[in-house]
Design a protein around this ligand. Structure first.
Ligand code: IMP
Length: 471
């Protein structure tokens, strides 16, 4: 081999190690490596990296590769020329005769006659490849292969270094912060009025919250700089839950959903929920606020469960409770008024002796800016008792969470929850349900005790409310 070539190799190795030492950004470093290899082999070169699925090899930086060749798409790592599987340099001395090239025609169209692939390995695992493409019919020399393998090792060091920088940035970004603000103490400046309304509902239920608690980095440039952040609107420390409100149109919601998926992927332990405009408006309407509060009931749409179906299900639940509480005397606690029909049918079908308690709570909006008030509390001593909370419907789970916390303070021996209806799709706070009658769709339901603006409670069946905006 010509001594000039060897000198070129040494020069390039020196330059690349100096760049590595000076902490050159990864994109600049990759370009130096790829360009240097292409020049010293009189060919074209490319750095391919495994994508996040570990199945595809994607061109990351290339030199003198025609656009038509780059556009051929990602390479299947398993089907690629093999160095990723065999973990050693693999040469294709004749593109025209090769059977193992995935995009042979593209290579032929680009005028390539031979290709060399050298794996980039970390702890014996292949994370990418350096490819060299020649337009002349010749074999790659051992020196050439040695030189490109050395470059692949330096590339691996740079990639690993970059990975640790990214991780560090991610870690500092997700370092838990001191809760900054408690709304009851500090006046928060909300970006959107709906956020303020949501905060007042949480205040009403005595749920601690933090507004825009922190920013999660979700995208980085190749040199590790954060290019995109996601700041959820609320954090509820007691439930370790982030909530993002969206009052936007469906098209923008899709982009938000994408960001949320990315956040969940990057920070798998983080619980975050998106509250859609429709759900939020329904939540407000329940308390007499927001645009949906202006709707009028226009009778029943679909009947979801007939009186007979309800009775069958209530009997089945009562049987389960009777079996589970054999030898005990549970206290059934219901919250007025929606639970009335369900409670009276349920208790009459439970065969073990039981006690009954009814509670009532003031509803949000009754007193502007107030907090939830138990207007009728449990009268009996619950210490050491087995409590069954009986609910008509669990929607966001906020009421039930509040109730469980309230009853816990009375030191019962156990608490379980029995609900006739479970509107699971709208759950905000995760609450354990022990007995469930029916899982209902995400629609406003009425009848069998459930009301809309105090009407429809006396229907013997459960149906969907037809709503129309008031003229
Ligand atoms: P949560 O706090 O969001 O789980 O709401 C529970 C309470 O909201 C129930 O006890 C009901 O009073 C009321 N609610 C929720 N969804 C409906 C519905 O579809 N029809 C009637 N009342 C409902």
């Amino acid at each position: 081999m010509a001594s000039g070539k060897v000198r070129d190799y040494y020069k390039l190795i020196r330059r690349v190690t100096a760049e590595l030492d000076s902490g050159s950004p990864i994109d600049r470093f990759s370009a130096t490596v790829v360009r240097g290899i292409a020049r010293s082999t009189d060919g074209s070169a490319s750095l391919l990296l495994l994508d996040s699925t570990g199945k595809k090899l994607v061109h990351s930086t290339s030199w003198k590769l025609p656009l038509s060749y780059l556009k051929k798409g990602a390479l299947d790592a398993k089907k690629s020329i093999g160095e990723t599987v065999k973990k050693q340099p693999i040469a294709v001395p004749s593109v025209s005769r090769s059977k193992r090239l995935q995009y042979r025609q593209y290579a032929l169209d680009a005028g390539f006659t031979s290709i060399l692939g050298v794996p980039i390995l970390t702890n014996g695992k292949c994370i990418g490849s350096i490819r060299v493409y020649l337009k002349e019919n010749r074999d790659f020399s051992n020196n050439e292969i040695e030189f490109i393998s050395t470059m692949a090792s330096l590339m691996q060091l740079a990639l690993e270094h970059q990975k640790s920088i990214n991780q560090e940035q991610r870690l500092t970004a997700i370092e838990p912060e001191e809760p900054k603000i408690l709304p009851m103490l500090t006046k928060v400046k909300f970006v959107h009025p709906s956020e303020e309304e949501f905060a007042s509902i949480l205040d009403f239920y005595n749920i601690e919250w933090v507004y825009e608690p922190k920013a999660f980095p979700i995208n980085w440039s190749e040199n590790g700089a954060v290019t995109q952040m996601f700041t959820p609107d609320f954090y509820m420390p007691a439930y370790d839950l982030y909530v993002e409100l969206t009052t936007m149109k469906q098209r923008s919601v899709s982009a938000k959903n994408k960001k949320l998926r990315r956040l969940r992927q990057l920070y798998p332990g983080t619980k975050i929920t998106l509250l859609y405009k429709k759900d939020f408006e329904r939540m407000l309407a329940r308390f007499g606020y927001g645009p949906l509060a202006q709707t009028k009931g226009h009778g029943v749409g679909d009947v979801l469960y007939s009186a007979a179906q309800i009775q069958r299900r209530v009997h089945a639940i009562a049987k389960e409770i009777s079996r589970d509480y054999e030898g005990k005397v549970p206290v059934l606690i219901g919250v007025l008024r929606g639970v009335l029909c369900f409670m009276s049918d349920l208790m009459r079908n439970v065969s073990v002796p039981l006690n009954l308690e009814l509670m009532s709570m003031s509803s949000y909006g009754a007193e502007e800016g107030g907090v939830v008030k138990i207007t009728k509390d449990v009268g009996m001593n619950l210490e050491g008792r087995h409590v069954i909370i009986v609910e008509d419907i669990v929607d966001t789970g906020i009421t039930l969470t509040y109730l469980i916390n309230h009853i816990c303070l009375k030191n019962p021996q156990s608490i379980s929850v029995c609900t006739l209806l479970d509107k699971k799709a709208r759950r905000l706070l995760d609450v354990p349900l022990d007995y469930v009658g029916f899982e209902v769709p995400d629609q406003f339901v009425i009848g069998y005790g459930l009301d809309f603006k105090e009407e429809y409670r006396n229907l013997p069946f459960i149906g969907v409310l037809e709503q129309k905006l008031e003229a």
